[in-house]
Every structure is written in structure tokens, then in C-alpha cells.
Design a protein around this ligand. Structure first.
Ligand SMILES: [Zn+2]
Length: 116
């Protein structure tokens, strides 16, 4: 396993930053950024393939349709859950003509219970 990746944005080398300048004398170039895989945070994230958010989004804008076609979603997925309905006391504000008054009422909310 190599300890680095090259940024996967095909246009990374066209972005004008000092960090991409390589070469000597009159033979300077802008080069694709090298990504060091020297920490777990980088290795376990999408940023092991892209040098920053800008390159990630340029890649997605360019190849998003191909990615969506490769990993197409033709129907929604579902996760079984248990839902508990809970009553709680909430407040609403009513305008009486010259002031707002705070009135309590019984409200309900749905709570998704842990499935694990
Ligand atoms: Zn890049």
C-alpha cells in the first residue's frame, strides 16, 4: 500500500496555488496535489482521494451523473423503526389586540426509539 494518493480531481493541476507549483527555472508547472495518508482521519475519509472540498466538488460536478448511473437508486430504501408518540406541554402565543399572551396546550411529538 502506498502512503499517498494523487488528488482525483482531473483539474486539480489547473488550480493556481503556490502549493501546486513544481519544477525549476523556466520549467515550472502546476502539479496535481499529493495527499499524504499519514493519519487515520485522512485514510478513513473521502479526503484520502481529494486534496480539499473544492476538488471533491469539481469531481462530483464533472462525474456526478456517471456516479449516479453506476450506483443508481431506482426505489427508496426503508429502515424499520419503532415510534413512540409522546404528549408534552407546549405554548402558543395569541394576539389579544394589544399584547401577545402565552397559552399552554397539549402537543404531541413522535420519538424514534433506538433500534439497536
Ligand atoms: Zn486537488
Amino acid at each position: 500500500m502506498s502512503d499517498y494518493n494523487w488528488c482525483h480531481n482531473p483539474d486539480c493541476h489547473k488550480i493556481e496555488t503556490q502549493s501546486r507549483v513544481r519544477g525549476t527555472g523556466d520549467n515550472k508547472v502546476l502539479r496535481t496535489r499529493k495527499i499524504a495518508l499519514n493519519c487515520e482521519y485522512i485514510r478513513d475519509s473521502i479526503f484520502s482521494y481529494f486534496c480539499n472540498n473544492s476538488c471533491l466538488h469539481q469531481f462530483l460536478n464533472k462525474f456526478g451523473e456517471e456516479i449516479a448511473n453506476t450506483y443508481s437508486v431506482k426505489q427508496p430504501s426503508e429502515t424499520p423503526i419503532k415510534v413512540k408518540t409522546e404528549k408534552y406541554e407546549s405554548y402558543r402565543y395569541r394576539w389579544s389586540g394589544n399584547e401577545h399572551t402565552r397559552e399552554p396546550y397539549q402537543a404531541t411529538r413522535k420519538i424514534i426509539e433506538n433500534s439497536s
